[in-house]
Design a protein around this ligand. Sequence first.
Ligand code: URA
Length: 232
Amino acid sequence: MRLRLDKFLANKAFGSRKEVHALIKQGLVTVDSVVATKKDMAIQIPEQIIAVNGEVVDNRQQYYVKFNKPAGYVCAVEDNRHPTVMELLPPEFLTMGVVPVGRLDKDTEGLLLLSNDGVWAHRIINGKKHISKLYYIEYTGELTETGLERIKEGIVLGDGTVCKPANLELLEPGKAQITIEEGKYHQVKRMIGAAGGEVTYLKRLSVGPLTLRGIENLGDFTYLSEEDVEKL
Ligand code: URA
């Protein structure tokens, strides 16, 4: 891919075009170890190696990320009232157009995917292939026998929304795991609510074959391997 050097660096969050021009002027930017002198120099990515201050700039253009989301952050790029997950990730994610793929509620923790590949994101959110998502739940109240049956068979929520059959596993009193294939608004909380409980803690443990392995701590993120990207 052919790009202008200043655009490449601005996209990679090295500052505004003006700030990037200053870096180039100061002789801090190299292309294949040669100091760059022209801000509009054409570079070839990924073939050429760009460095700033002696540090090689990661030249990926497509981002596929898994993130262990902490509670307290909304899955949005911008929000007037709440902090967003983007604030916990490198600034270049914003300038490279990386966005959350689907949503977790503000108080939900766990596995969140992000990408700037709209086609891939669309396939995951709206694709025909059903991707199962596993959640760990803590709840208060009692899940009734009929409630549990209904979750298994496809529960109808208060507003008439029909959920597909889901697999709920009771772990111990007040704790459970559920696998769902959809991502309706507040789905797990509403399903548990319709079965007689109230969710007090929710964490997504997996999306399809992807788990929290390698990102065990809240706030951790990692890039997906090509294999993972294709698997989903
Ligand atoms: N279901 C919910 O209720 N909340 C989430 O964040 C995800 C699934």
